[in-house]
Design a protein around this ligand. Structure first.
Ligand code: NAP
Ligand code: MG
Length: 458
C-alpha cells in the first residue's frame, strides 16, 4: 500500500494515549483506497475493561465539581476544536468522504453543541414540590448515572459523539466512547482536543475497535451504567436488548426512510433544491436523508424533469477538491449496498431515470464513487421505497392527491423525519397532524436538525 508514513493513533485511557494489545489496522480513504489515513487500534476486551475502570474511578471527584466547573472545561474543549477546525475537517473528509465544507460545518456544529451543554452546567436541575407535611422540604434533582458508554456512527463522526458526550459529562457522568472504526482518526483528533482542554484523567476515555467486541462489550459491561447509541436499526436493537438484560439505561437513535411530499402548489425550484440537498448531501448518508420523493400528480412531470436536469449537473469527486458537490460512499461495503439496491430497484420494475452506476474514469477508479440515482415509477412496497439504503438514491412515487401522499409517506416502518413543500395552509395542517415522524418540516428539507431541539423518531 501507499503512504507508509501514516501516523498511528491509540486508545485514550486514564488521561493517556495507550496502544492496544490487539495491534493496529488501517483506516483508508474512500476517495482513494490506496491512501491510509492512519493506523488505528483493533482493541480487545482488556482495553475496554481498563477504560471502564478508569471511568469508574473518576466518577466521585467529577460529580462533586460544580456544574459551572465542568462547563468551563467543555467551553475550553470547544475553543480548541474551533481552532483546529481545518485539521479535523480534513481528517473527516479523507476518512469518510464528505466534502470539506460539510466536514468543517459539522465540526463547527460540534463546537456549538459543546457550548450549549457547557451552559447547561448553570441551569436548574430540579423542582421544589410542596409537601403535605408543613415542616418537610421536598424536591427533585438530577443525579449522574455513573459511567455512560457512547457508541457512535461514522456518518457524523464529530457532531454525533459530541451530542452524546457533552450532556453526559456536564451532568457529572464519566464516559467510555467507542467511535465508529471507519472514522477513528477523526475521533482521535477530537479526543486530543478534550485532552488538551485539561479534563481530569479517566473522565473521558476512548476505545477504538470493532463493534462486535468493543461495542457489544460496552452494552454488556457491568461497570457501564448507561448507553447512548446511534447507528443502524439492527445493531441498535441488539445493544438495547443487552442493556435491558442487565437493567442499564439506554438510548437508541437509528435509521430513517424519510419522505418529502411535493404538493401541486409547491414552489418547484425550492422543492427540487430541497430534494437534492436533503437526499444527496453527504452522499445520502444521513439518518434524516430524503429517500422517498412523493409527488402529487399535477406537478409530477415538471418536478421530475427539473430534478433530473439539476442532479445531472452535480459534480461527483474527491471531497477535498474545491469543485466537488458529492463525495464517494464512505467505504466499499456501503458502495456495494447502494449498487445492489439500484439493481433491486430495476428488478422490481422501477425505472432508472438517471445515474446509479459506479464512476470509474481516471482518478475516480480508486475510490467508491456512485453517480446519484433517480428512480421513476416506484411503488411504495418496493425495497427501494421501504429499506434504508444510506446512499445517493432517490425514489419518485406518484400520488393522486395530498391525502394519498400523506398515506404513502406513512407507509413505512421508519418515522424519523419528513417534509412537505406546499403553500396551502390546509396541506400543512394535515401533514403536521397526520405524519408519523419524530420531526416534521414545512418548506424545508428532511435533513437539518437544530441542536437545541429534541431529536428522535417514532
Ligand atoms: P452501525 O453499523 O449500526 O454502527 C454504529 C456503531 O455501532 C459503530 O460504532 C459500530 O462499530 C457499532 N457496532 C457495530 N456492531 C455492533 C454490535 N454488535 N454491538 C455494539 N455496537 C456495534 O451503523 P453505521 O453504519 O455506522 O451508521 C449508519 C446508520 O446510523 C444508519 O442506519 C443511520 O440511519 C444511522 N444514524 C442514525 C442517526 C440518528 O440520530 N437517528 C444519526 C446518524 C446515523 P464499528 O464502526 O466498529 O462497526
Ligand atoms: Mg475510511
Amino acid at each position: 500500500m501507499a503512504n507508509e508514513t501514516a501516523a498511528t493513533y491509540d486508545n485514550y485511557i486514564q488521561g493517556e494515549w495507550k496502544a492496544s494489545e490487539g495491534g493496529t489496522q488501517p483506516s483508508i480513504s474512500p476517495a482513494n483506497r490506496d491512501e491510509i489515513v492512519g493506523l488505528i487500534p483493533n482493541s480487545v476486551k482488556a482495553d475496554l475493561d481498563a477504560a471502564a475502570a478508569a471511568a469508574k474511578a473518576a466518577q466521585r471527584a467529577w460529580r462533586k465539581l460544580a456544574g459551572s466547573q465542568r462547563g468551563a472545561l467543555l467551553f475550553k474543549a470547544a475553543d480548541i476544536i474551533e481552532s483546529r477546525m481545518a485539521e479535523i475537517g480534513e481528517a473527516m473528509t479523507r476518512e469518510m468522504g464528505k466534502t470539506l465544507p460539510e466536514a468543517k460545518g459539522e465540526t463547527a456544529r460540534g463546537v456549538a453543541i459543546l457550548r450549549y451543554y457547557a451552559g447547561e452546567g448553570m441551569r436548574k436541575v430540579g423542582d421544589v414540590i410542596p409537601s403535605t407535611d408543613a415542616d418537610a422540604f421536598m424536591y427533585t434533582t438530577r443525579t449522574p448515572l455513573g459511567t455512560v458508554g457512547v457508541i457512535s456512527p461514522w456518518n457524523f463522526p464529530v457532531a454525533i459523539p459530541i451530542w452524546k458526550i457533552a450532556p453526559a459529562l456536564i451532568y457529572g457522568n464519566t464516559v467510555v466512547w467507542k467511535p465508529a472504526t471507519e472514522t477513528a482518526v477523526t475521533a482521535a483528533k477530537v479526543m486530543q482536543c478534550f485532552h488538551d482542554a485539561g479534563f481530569p484523567a479517566g473522565v473521558l476515555n476512548m476505545v477504538i475497535g470493532s463493534g462486535s467486541v468493543i461495542g457489544q462489550g460496552i452494552a454488556e459491561h457491568a461497570d457501564i451504567n448507561g448507553i447512548t447509541f446511534t447507528g443502524s436499526n439492527g445493531v441498535g436493537k441488539r445493544v438495547g436488548q443487552a442493556a435491558l438484560a442487565r437493567g442499564a439505561k439506554y438510548q437508541l437513535e437509528m435509521g430513517g426512510k424519510n419522505p418529502i411530499i411535493i404538493a401541486e402548489d409547491a414552489d418547484l425550484e425550492l422543492a427540487v433544491d430541497a430534494t437534492i440537498s436533503g437526499g444527496l448531501k453527504s452522499t445520502g448518508q444521513k439518518c434524516t436523508a430524503t429517500s422517498r420523493v412523493i409527488v402529487v400528480k399535477g406537478i409530477y412531470e415538471a418536478f421530475k424533469a427539473r430534478l433530473v436536469e439539476k442532479v445531472s449537473e452535480l459534480k461527483v469527486g474527491d471531497g477535498l477538491a474545491g469543485d466537488t458537490w458529492l463525495g464517494p460512499c464512505a467505504n466499499e461495503a456501503q458502495m456495494e449496498t447502494v449498487l445492489s439496491y439500484v439493481n433491486k430497484g430495476i428488478e422490481e420494475g422501477a425505472v432508472l431515470l438517471h445515474g446509479g452506476k459506479r464512476l470509474e474514469s481516471g482518478e475516480l477508479s480508486r475510490g467508491f464513487y456512485v453517480e446519484p440515482a433517480i428512480f421513476d415509477k416506484v411503488a411504495s412496497n418496493m425495497a427501494i421505497a421501504q429499506e434504508e439504503i444510506f446512499g445517493p438514491v432517490l425514489a419518485l412515487i406518484e400520488a393522486r392527491d395530498i391525502d394519498e401522499a400523506i398515506e404513502l409517506a406513512n407507509d413505512t416502518e421508519y418515522g424519523l423525519s419528513a417534509s412537505i413543500y406546499t403553500r396551502d395552509i390546509g396541506n400543512v395542517m394535515s401533514f403536521v397532524q397526520d405524519m408519523e415522524a419524530g420531526l416534521v418540516r414545512v418548506n424545508a428539507e428532511t435533513a437539518g436538525v437544530e441542536l437545541q431541539a429534541p431529536f428522535g423518531g417514532m
